[in-house]
Write a protein that binds this ligand. Structure first.
Ligand code: IVH
Length: 667
């Protein structure tokens, strides 16, 4: 074993090497060693840090994913307002921009042109060379502290040995096109809605409260602006970019210094053609006055600087033909018409379908099968039909009619009054059954680990499961017979299924997928009725008498229990031994000490986790809500409170610190 001193030396060496290789790999995209060699370095470092935990530092490459999920983000005030950019859509508008700038400058002006990464602004703060904070743009003045999430981005160095004592930079976080497509495939197979475009995916990933989720989503960052740099003097945007690169931050490689606006325009046109050659999306080019002194002199309007402008690429449109219109049945039984297109290239990808949203839209745009149409992809992956080229009609085109039977199960479809959506009424519709089973086993439902989309597909397709209760009658032989299932995994699965029987009434009610009954409503119903039996006999009047249950939920519950199929499933669940009673008899909530009081929690408490505190409040008859309003009675403020605290003060609501809260609940 190494001495502490030797270990420290080796640890430092390893970190230096790993950082260097991270830079080659993630920033320069030019690795110097094999993945295996790299893994060996990381493993050695991890081992040493395990042996000598005192050597762990927050900027160690092993510490990218840390910590527990947050309950909310803290707010961060930016060192200066983060402005956004005015747009230009035509070269002529760039000429106008140049004319204005030159008028104010009184001389010829040179520019820096940078690809406009289609992601989200982030602000990074390094103190003494260590990344101490990362924030979103927010409203430009105050953003959210997403440090833990940004730390998971491998392209972003956690430390910069050559940085000044304080360095604050602005950049853009993004998701590559490849990572985006992969993420959407995964989401699709889990029955989750896909992200519309990489920007949404990146923003959604960065605004995750659980950094482990962010870590699983490959993101990148490019920096382009220095907001604070103590003791460093920079004179031009070209120098800024060089400087950022020198200290070790990632900078987009296709930034170009142009001597005049004509060069700028050529470069923009050039990139309009080449934009798809990049592995991430760019939605335009940013044109910036090069001289920082001139930038200062030009200043800004309330919203955007006068020294920069975004040249936006035109949304790409192409003409293609609608070969057919198909109907897909979604998770909730909604039928969505989709145009099958003659495949065309648009926005760098081949598209062969476009969403038509619903029947009304097809009618409004008068879209027919066989039509030539203009299709547009505006940042979003799924393109849309802009208009029909009626002049190209031959008379052979066919009008589309929504089927009156579900294409998946043949049941009748209905279009409820006032809705645009058409729904399948089949309870045993396989498209819906798979979704229902996934919902049934989900974490807030029966929480059965090990059942994913692939397994559900097999269970449903082989008719081993025809309703959720069938899960409880699976046997080992049946499970082993499935793909990728061995003895061991079958046993684990059976154990998980068995365990779920005791989940309790509220999770079970949620799991059954009653329309409009989410986790909160399920809890209220369980608390109020105490058993499945009692709830199944409740009338709409009894249900709407409960403050949080409206007529829509009530009607849906009554209808649910009237179905024969529901009764059968519940009976089967009962026979399987699934618990259907609430733990303790429901107390009359009016006599509880906090009854009628509404609470909002913010920040971290030291003697409870967030959910323990919420549970406690509810047990005592209080309500917990996630946002502060005039109806809030108390705001409980822990360590590092968020904006709810500010809002509570604005509204003059009683604020309790942890001690005050403890007093209240124990009194
Ligand atoms: S400069 C005052 N440079 O585009 C400086 N912005 O539409 C303003 N963006 O909010 C930003 N790449 O999120 C700048 N190379 C780049 C950029 C860039 C992407 C984003 C940024 C900004 C938005 C403005």
């Amino acid at each position: 074993m190494l001495s502490l001193q030797e270990a420290r030396k080796r640890v430092e060496e390893l970190r230096r090497e790993i950082r260097e290789h991270d830079y080659y790999y993630y920033v320069l995209d030019n690795p110097r060693i094999s993945d295996r060699e790299y893994d060996a370095l990381v493993r050695e470092l991890e081992n040493l840090e395990r042996q000598y935990p005192e050597l762990i530092t927050p900027d160690s490459p092993t510490q990218r994913v840390g910590g527990e999920p947050l309950s909310e983000f803290k707010t961060v005030r930016h060192p200066m307002p983060l402005l956004s950019l005015a747009n230009a859509f035509e070269p002529a508008e760039l000429k106008d921009f140049d004319r204005r700038v030159r008028q104010l400058a009184g001389a010829q002006v040179d520019y820096v042109v940078e690809p406009k990464i289609d992601g989200l602004t982030v602000v990074l703060t390094y103190e003494n060379g260590v990344l101490v904070q990362g924030a979103t743009r927010g409203d430009g003045t105050v953003g959210e502290d997403v440090t833990e999430n940004l730390r998971t981005i491998r392209m972003l160095p956690l430390s910069l040995p050559d940085a000044p004592p304080r360095l604050v930079v602005r950049g853009e976080a993004f998701m590559s096109k490849k990572a985006f497509l992969r993420l959407n495939e995964e989401r699709d197979s889990r029955g989750e809605l896909p992200f519309a475009n990489p920007r949404n995916a990146a923003a959604g990933s960065i605004r995750q409260l659980d950094p482990r989720i962010t870590a699983s989503r490959p993101l990148g960052v490019f920096t382009y602006q220095v907001l604070v740099s103590e003791g460093v003097s920079l004179e031009s945007q070209a120098e800024v970019l060089k400087y950022l690169e020198q200290v070790g931050l990632p900078v987009q490689e296709h930034c170009r210094h142009c001597r005049n606006i004509d060069e700028v325009i050529d470069y923009c046109k050039d990139w309009n053609e080449k934009r798809h050659s990049l592995p991430y999306e760019i939605d335009g080019m940013v044109v910036k006055v090069n001289s920082l002194r001139l930038q200062d002199a030009l200043g800004s309007t309330a919203k955007s600087p006068r020294w920069a402008i975004a040249y936006k690429f035109p949304a790409e449109q192409v003409v293609t033909r609608i070969l057919d219109i198909m109907v897909r049945v979604g998770r909730t039984g909604v039928l969505t018409p989709t145009a099958i297109l003659e495949p065309v290239q648009v926005g760098g990808v081949t598209v062969s379908r476009a969403t038509l949203h619903n029947e009304d839209m097809i009618r409004e745009k008068d879209i027919r099968i066989g039509d030539f149409v203009v299709v547009q992809r505006a940042g979003d992956v799924i393109p849309e039909v802009v208009r029909v080229l009626t002049e190209r009609r031959t008379g052979e085109e066919r009008e589309f009619r929504m089927p009156d039977r579900c294409p998946e199960c043949g049941s009748r479809v209905v279009r409820p009054e006032g809705e645009v959506a058409v729904r399948c009424t089949g309870i045993a519709c396989p498209a819906q059954l798979k979704e229902l089973i996934l919902h049934f086993v989900s974490r807030d439902g029966m929480d059965i680990e090990g059942i994913g989309p692939a397994l559900v597909t097999q269970l449903v397709d082989r008719r081993l499961v025809e309703d959720p209760a069938d899960l409880y009658f699976l046997n080992k032989a049946e499970i082993i017979g499935l793909e990728r299932m061995g003895e061991k995994s079958a046993e684990n699965l059976l154990r998980a299924i068995e365990k779920s029987k005791g989940r309790g009434l509220a999770p079970l009610l949620f799991a059954l997928g009653i329309r409009f009954v989410g986790t909160r409503a399920a809890e209220i119903l369980a608390e109020r009725f105490g058993s499945m039996e009692a709830l199944s006999r409740a009338s709409a009047e009894e249900l709407t008498a409960i403050p949080e249950i409206g007529p829509k939920i009530a009607a849906s519950i009554v209808a649910f229990f009237q179905e024969d199929q529901t009764r059968q499933v519940i009976e089967k669940l009962r026979q399987a031994g699934v618990k259907m009673e609430q733990e303790k008899p429901a107390a009359d909530p009016r006599h509880l000490p906090l009854s009628g009081k509404q609470f909002v929690l913010t920040g971290t408490l030291s003697s409870f986790t967030r959910s323990e505190a919420e549970e406690l409040i509810r047990r005592l008859g209080g309500k917990v809500s996630s946002s502060v309003s005039k109806k809030t009675d108390y705001v409980v403020v822990g360590e590092n409170p968020g904006q709810k605290y500010v809002r509570a003060r604005e509204l003059g609501i009683t604020i309790l610190d942890e001690a005050g809260f403890l007093d209240l609940v124990s009194s």
